[in-house]
Design a protein around this ligand. Sequence first.
Ligand code: RP5
Length: 164
Amino acid sequence: MKKVCIVMGSDSDLKVMEGCMNKLDTFGVPYDVRIVSAHRTPAAAEQLSRNAVADGYGVIIAAAGKAAHLGGVLAAQTTLPVIGVPIKSSFMDGLDSLLSIVQMPSGIPVATVGVNGADNAAILAVQMLALSEPELSEKLVQFKADMQAAVEAKDEKIRAQFAK
Ligand code: RP5
């Protein structure tokens, strides 16, 4: 199975991104974790991106905050899909990160999840890998069924709680 490359702009993004690793673990999807910055270590970002296919990755997840250019820089130099995770920043609650990641120029898409959407980034990555991994498709079907059952149980409970 191809691996996911999880890249963070800083170790300060780790607390949020642990949710991504945990979710990938539940699907048994292999991944590597890197700290690479579009601004502080641009040469490393270029190297990672250019070698990503040869290094066995199927998807890149790029998490960054503030002027969050990491996903776009990585996407510019690979044909792999890049999923961007805007990290909530200290001054603008992550709106700066979100717009920096999502507003890519035509030709270089970054599939952007919500602010601090580490969990959804992992699920989207699994869905991409599942296109060529039937075993992952089965796990996704079960994942959705479990989610549905959990919501139905909550519905039943709340209906009983407020029944007149
Ligand atoms: C971004 O700047 C990082 O992704 C992080 O979210 C933000 C702040 O980084 P630190 O100053 O905490 O290292 O590049």
